[in-house]
Design a protein around this ligand. Structure first.
Ligand code: APR
Ligand code: ZN
Length: 239
């Protein structure tokens, strides 16, 4: 087993104190996702949408990576084969834990996107509607979040990684949103083994070769220990 692709969702950040999307009550921090995560919502009430993401960006300063993020960063450092963490999350907890071989397919809170010229740039603090783009001068900077109906980022890199992977692991996602929910099928089609680590069975559980249920902060470190132990047993150095 050389190449691993890991998909993470809101569940990996839940124990850090960040709300998931489809938890009890189905509200995201008090808002229906449809009210703050669509192009229509941005057109209808830019102040609400910008304020919502300002609050979530500010919340990042009050939370920290949990043992699941730390374990994935260790795997990233120590795994000798290919590895890619594809996160649906817009928080920066994977990076802060030290992960490097990763990408955000749904955008990032700590980034601003220009709706006119497409420039993306690191952003801290609040981002009010009408903020001017430093590249094209238009007052069209928006939260760099992929809204429902918009194309996720880096799909080419993700598809390539899925077609080459030997193991696909899904952590903390409900399998409710495409294209991420379909990655397990792509990986299986290319012959990969598939593992789901989640608090409860998800919409995609039937597609996984193995599902382990429990909190990510327990399941992920245990799984990383297992995988790294296998890699040292099988590597030629340990003959
Ligand atoms: N450990 C592991 N899994 C957990 C934990 C935990 N401590 N807490 C919750 N979970 C699981 C839940 O059981 C659920 O299956 O995490 C999953 C979270 O699902 P969602 O809230 O739907 O979040 P996610 O799957 O990341 O949503 C996908 O939907 O709203 C869009 O763009 C948004 O990226 C998001 C996408
Ligand atoms: Zn611009």
């Amino acid at each position: 087993m050389d190449n691993i692709v890991i998909l993470t969702g809101a569940g990996i950040s839940a124990e850090s104190g960040l709300a998931t999307f489809r938890g009890p009550g189905g509200l995201w921090e008090g808002h229906r996702v449809e009210d703050v995560c669509t192009p229509e919502a941005l057109a209808r009430d830019a102040a609400l949408v910008h304020r919502f993401y300002d609050e979530r960006r500010a919340a990042l300063g009050r939370v920290a990576p949990n043992p699941a993020h730390v374990a994935l960063a260790r795997l990233d450092r120590e795994w000798p084969g290919g590895l890619l963490i594809v996160t649906q999350n817009v928080d920066d907890l994977h990076e802060r834990a030290g992960a490097r071989r990763m990408l955000h397919m749904h955008g990032e809170l700590n980034s601003a996107l220009c709706a006119s010229c497409g420039t993306r740039r690191a952003w801290e603090g609040s981002l009010p509607p009408g903020t001017t783009c430093g590249d094209c001068g238009s007052p069209t900077l928006r939260p760099d979040i992929v809204f429902f109906g918009e194309m996720p980022y880096r799909m080419d890199a993700i598809e390539r990684a899925l077609s080459d992977c030997d193991l696909f692991v899904s952590i903390g996602t409900s399998g409710a949103v495409y294209p991420a929910a379909g990655f397990v099928r792509t990986a299986r089609y290319h012959g990969a083994a598939t593992l789901e680590l989640n608090l409860e069975r998800s919409a995609g559980s039937a597609w996984f070769g193995e599902t382990r249920l429990g909190p990510a902060s327990e399941l992920v470190p245990a799984w990383v220990d297992e995988v790294l132990a296998q890699s040292t047993q099988s590597s030629p150095m340990s003959r």
